[in-house]
Design a protein around this ligand. Structure first.
Ligand code: ATP
Length: 249
């Protein structure tokens, strides 16, 4: 069940939470002709600011495909997708880039840059923000790495890290830029229970603090309670599930 879509501003005035993602009747298929395989059918989803949506479903059910559609890494075939109130298929290239700049991804492959050390990789998540302040950015990046248990690793190179450590660097890189939307594909896949919870709690805390929206695909039952909403894909169809999660803040 979704939370009451109201948020409170600094003056204590309640206002409706803005819609960050709105998917309407999305279909998606891979291949053509006899090879064509429908993966998503009639997907309808609204994600508002502050939502932490957990996307579950069997392997191969289309979770990654949906995340990449939402993140505009894939063209819409059928249906409509709005990001921050803009229909993505009606935007100019410049507008689309501006929308993408408000989104950060955490992929199953960590995609760290091998020529940058851990701290530099994390800071690279902010470089694209015109208002960034190098000193403050660095402090924020170091603090985040510390919280994620990587305080000793800021000068290490990606290839000196374990898979789980690389995953945490990728999470720090997504969080440090204070994005409006985080799309995370199996972000706890190579993390132990404790690190997985800390990483997800950081995402949840950011959602609470700056009202960013978070969509996480995961099979990991250990983190289900961190979400404010759960949606499930099966056989190409998406449905909302009851959420038992409590707000840890
Ligand atoms: N580029 C592609 N070309 C053809 N088929 C693809 C392609 N990418 C994904 N698929 C197929 O589409 C289906 C959905 O894949 P997707 O990766 O979205 O599922 P998923 O739910 O994220 O799976 P997992 O939990 O295993 O990561 C799968 O059957 C997959 O084999």
């Amino acid at each position: 069940m979704s939370e009451e879509p109201l948020s409170e501003d600094a003056d204590g005035i309640k206002r409706e939470k803005a819609v960050v993602v709105e998917a309407q009747a999305l279909d998606y298929a891979y291949g053509t002709g006899p090879q064509r395989r429908q993966v998503l059918s009639d997907i309808n989803l609204v994600v508002r600011e502050g939502d932490v949506v957990l996307l579950t479903g069997p392997s191969g059910s289309g979770k990654t495909t949906l995340l990449t559609l939402i993140g505009t890494l894939r063209h819409i075939q059928e249906g409509q997708l709005s990001l921050f109130g803009k229909d993505v298929s009606k935007t100019t290239t410049k507008e689309l880039l501006r929308l993408r700049n408000r989104v950060r991804f955490v992929f199953q492959r960590h995609n760290l840059l091998g020529s940058l050390n851990v701290l530099q990789n994390v800071i690279s998540g902010i470089m694209v923000t015109p208002l960034s302040d190098p000193e403050w950015d660095e402090q924020r990046a170091v603090a985040l790495l510390d919280t994620l248990g990587l305080g000793e690793k800021v000068k290490s190179w990606p290839d000196q890290l374990s898979g789980g450590q690389q995953q945490r660097v990728a999470i720090a890189r997504a969080l440090v830029s204070l994005p409006d939307l985080i799309l995370a594909d199996e972000p706890t896949a190579s993390l132990d229970r404790e690190s997985g919870r800390i990483a997800l709690e950081q995402m949840r805390a950011l959602a609470n603090r700056i009202n960013c929206a978070v969509v996480i695909s995961s099979h990991d039952e250990r983190i289900f309670d961190i979400a404010t909403r759960r949606v499930h894909i099966d056989d190409g169809h998406l449905r909302e599930l009851e959420t038992t999660g409590t707000n840890p803040s």
